[in-house]
Design a binder for this molecule. Structure first.
Ligand code: PEP
Ligand code: MG
Length: 840
């Protein structure tokens, strides 16, 4: 290694210099990333410490690297754990690949915001290419921005862009589990581990590759959670390097990872793979692994006007294709999703980003791809599971347009009959275009039960599971498999007996369902004459109409936040009033309409209600808390809802109430609005019971409400402290847990003692198995997912209230959800299944 002229690095900021050992983060203090200095900033602009090229700038704007012509790489990292801010508080002033001079401003940051929202403002300047340096200032004390700070001796021949030599070995693809991708910390751990091997090692993401021994090169891949990566290595210890690095990546490279994404090991003796039910049902068929064609994107354009025209043409063609999909969509859910995709095509920020790159001479494909990837990454890193799932929509739209620009055919797959599709991830468009005549079901590694893909699968009636271990991607095409989506299971090489049992059960279910639909108009009255109201959970006018056709006696939960979920702008007060009045008008004055006020926050962002990102959104400003923070939202919504008074039996329901004061404040606002509208009578006002405090204090709330409706979805997650969308906890976050049932019991007793009625509108009410227990606990109303209304009503008609009361007492004393389910199954077999069908 020869050396060249020393190089002076300037202080990138003004502030107080600290030795690296004092940084309260081992990844920096141990010099894992590289040696350098730390500054506690007093200025708010980070400047280049040396002349060179921006070798990496993170999309989130918190870290930037400059590489000079001799290969000296300097990484600057603003604050600790600032990757979690997802770009908020940072303004990037330069682009990757741009040449900069020493002292040039690179990033502006809002020191107050970062100090309040991140762990620390301490900023690092590290020589990550490893050259030795000497300090030109006192080890501690004040430094001025631009003052010479380090003298580095560059080395020649230590460039980081090492290419693999000789034949490279490749790992199987693996899914990146890190919430924020391979940002500085995990990238440093990976690079450090790679440096322990002699082999030259590369990390691959689609068509991009990076030297796995270079922290900056790894960060340059701009990876996000769920990316498919491969490791390759060439040299004596290549196999050992691949094995070690793949294991490290699968474990999160030193970061705690919530969703374990194992490297694809050869399928062991496991014959059942488990995931989460995205859409119920079961099917036996043959595996078809779905893989996407590789798209080659060239960065440099052929001139701005033709590239701009190419992007415009592709956007127009995509808009037409989405319109066609929307027109032929069989349900409102599908139509809404393609409508949302069309909105994304017109998103001004996205287009601005793409046009900015076109103006820099980039190709249409590159500009569009970069803009969509950046937007998807922002969604991913938002910290909100629901928004992260919308990243899949962004990626879907991105691919659609990209293929149009590149002229790649996006034809339907040539599928055999009885196909069970397996994919890392399906896009909503792919899901919507599946032909149910050929595809019997699908399995994905990514996704959650609330994703659009899951909604579409349910609309298509296709059984599906998601969150399945990545080993599933190694099942050979054509393998016979049994998909039991109800249990979230995929059986490999199923025995003929198991297939036959499941098929027979399925046939019986179909016959029973047909009968239930025919009898949907019959009342839900038990054999011993107890009537229970079966109403619908709806999110649109269309669903109200479907619900009535399927025998709903009213609407027990209108999820008002879903009415305008995919809109960027708030609906006008008139539009809101029209929506509620239209729904109330369809129901008429004899039926209940329970409108829940906006339940935004947690997993449900609403585009036109901007919210700060929260570390723990389910425990943050959600539901009524958010509305009381922004009372103008609640005021406007109350006014719009009140416009429908008289058209139906109007009820207003507040979500996520945990304190009595919340109910009091909301009631005051409601009374004030009713008075302003000159209404002589207030509609009924109730609360959701979905927080343990509300259930435990139901006797205190009861005198102040007209009704309660129990949201078992949230009540379960808050009682058991298990995220309702967590793929690994899904089987334990079970509403049949006796702890949840005891809270239901407490609520019903308190309500009845004050003459108030209680409904259940969480998913537990839509489970036929739970119906005897809920009736026995004294619940007065079941508000049910629309397609299940006929079967829940039929179940009620098969029961005796007296028996239900006995089984309810019994399950309250059990220890676990599994025992409750088992007791109810036994009860069901012993009573319901032995009864003849009652003709009313
Ligand atoms: C619930 O939490 O059970 C409920 C019905 O509300 P949502 O599912 O909309 O949060
Ligand atoms: Mg809820």
């Amino acid at each position: 290694m020869t050396t060249t002229q020393p190089l002076e690095l300037l202080a990138p900021l003004a502030g107080v210099l600290l030795p690296l050992d004092q940084v309260p983060d081992p990844v920096f203090s141990s010099r894992l990333i590289g040696d350098g200095v730390c500054i506690d900033p007093t200025s708010q602009t980070l400047c280049a410490p040396l002349a060179g090229v921006i070798s990496n700038i993170q999309d989130s704007g918190h870290a930037v690297s400059v590489t000079d012509d001799h290969g000296v790489q300097v990484l600057m990292h603003i604050g600790l754990d600032t990757v979690n801010l997802a770009g908020k508080g940072f303004t990037r002033l330069v682009e990757e690949g741009q040449r900069v001079v020493a002292g040039q401003p690179l990033i502006e940051f809002d020191a107050d915001y970062i100090a309040l929202n991140a762990r620390s403002l301490l900023t690092l300047m590290l020589v990550v290419s490893g050259e030795p340096f000497t300090l030109l200032a006192a080890a501690t004390g004040l430094v001025e921005a631009g003052q010479p700070l380090l003298r580095v001796t560059p080395a020649i021949g230590a460039a980081n862009g090492a290419e693999e030599e000789g034949d490279a070995l490749f790992s199987k693809p693996l899914t990146l589990p890190n919430a924020n991708g391979l940002h500085a910390r995990p990238a440093a751990v990976l690079a450090q581990a790679a440096k322990g091997f002699k082999a030259s090692i590369c990390l691959h993401k689609q068509t991009q590759s990076a030297n796995a021994k270079s922290l900056v090169a790894i960060m340059g891949l701009q990876t996000v959670r769920g990316d498919t990566l491969q490791v390759s290595a060439a040299g004596a210890d290549a196999a050992a390097a691949i094995e070690a690095l793949v294991a490290l990546l699968a474990q999160g490279c030193g970061e705690a990872v919530a969703v374990v994404a194992e490297a694809i090991a050869p399928l062991s003796s496991a014959t059942v793979l488990r995931g989460v039910c995205a859409s119920p049902g079961s099917a036996f068929g043959h595996v078809v692994q779905v893989t996407e064609p590789e798209l080659n994107v060239t960065e440099k354009g052929t001139g701005e006007p033709p590239e701009r025209a190419a992007l415009t043409r592709a956007l127009q063609a995509a808009a037409q294709a989405l319109q066609a999909l929307q027109d032929k969509a069989s349900g409102s859910a599908q139509a809404q999703i393609f409508g949302a995709h069309q909105e994304l095509l017109e998103d001004p920020t996205l287009l601005e980003h793409a046009h900015g790159l076109l103006a820099q001479g980039k190709s249409a494909a590159f500009a569009w791809n970069s803009a969509t990837l950046a937007t998807a990454a922002l969604f991913e890193q938002s910290g909100s599971p629901l928004l992260a799932e919308r990243a899949a929509d962004m990626a879907d739209v991105g691919q659609r347009v990209l293929k149009l620009i590149l002229g790649v055919q996006d034809g339907a797959w040539d599928l055999p009959e009885q196909a069970i599709l397996i994919a890392e991830q399906l896009t909503p468009s792919q899901t919507a275009s599946l032909d149910p005549a050929k595809v019997l079901g699908f399995i994905t590694v990514a996704g959650g039960a609330t994703s659009h893909v899951a909604i579409l699968a349910r609309a298509l009636g296709l059984p599906a599971i998601c969150g399945v271990p990545v080993q599933v991607l190694a099942i050979p095409d054509g393998s016979p498999v049994l998909l039991d989506a109800d249990k979230g299971e995929l059986h490999l090489e199923p025995a003929p007996g198991v297939i036959e049992t499941l098929r027979a059960a399925r046939e019986q279910q179909v016959v029973r369902h047909q009968r239930d639909v025919q009898q949907a108009a019959l009342a839900a009255t038990t054999r011993d004459g107890h009537h229970i109201e079966v109403t619908a959970n709806v999110a649109s006018l269309q669903e109200v109409q479907q619900a009535l056709a399927l025998g709903a006696e009213g609407v027990g939960l209108l999820r008002s936040e879903f009415l305008y979920l995919d809109r960027n702008r708030a609906p006008s007060p008139q539009e809101q009033a029209q929506t509620y009045s239209a729904i109330a008008g369809v129901l008429g004055p004899e039926r209940n309409l329970v409108v829940r006020t906006l339940d935004v926050g947690g997993d449900k962002p609403l585009a036109y209600v901007p919210m700060d990102s929260e570390t723990n959104p389910f425990l943050g400003l959600r539901g009524i808390r958010l509305c009381l923070e922004r009372p103008e939202l609640l005021r406007e919504q109350f006014r719009a809802i009140l416009a429908s008074a008289g058209l139906a039996r109007l009820h207003i329901m507040l979500p996520m109430v945990s304190l009595l004061s919340e109910l009091r404040q909301a009631r005051e606002i409601l009374e004030e609005q009713a008075l302003a509208l000159g209404l002589s009578e207030l509609p009924k006002l109730g609360i959701m019971i979905e927080v343990p405090s509300a259930a435990l204090m139901a006797d205190v709330f009861a005198p102040h409400v007209d009704f309660f409706s129990i949201g078992t979805n949230d009540l379960t997650q808050y009682t058991l402290a298990m995220d309702r969308d967590h793929p690994r906890l899904a089987s334990q976050a079970d509403s049949f847990h006796p702890a949840v049932l005891r809270l239901i019991d407490t609520t019903v007793k308190a309500a009845h003692a004050h003459g108030k009625w209680v409904g259940v509108c969480g998913a537990l009410a839509s489970e036929a198995l739970a119906v005897p227990m809920l009736l026995g606990l004294g619940v007065d109303e079941l508000s049910v997912s629309v397609p299940l209304i006929p079967s829940i009503k039929a179940t009620v008609r098969e029961l005796d209230l007296a028996d239900c009361q006995i089984i309810a007492r019994q399950v309250l004393g059990l220890e676990e959800a599994g025992q409750v389910r088992e007791a109810l199954r036994l009860y069901h077999t012993a009573t319901v299944e032995t009864l003849p069908v009652v003709e009313h």
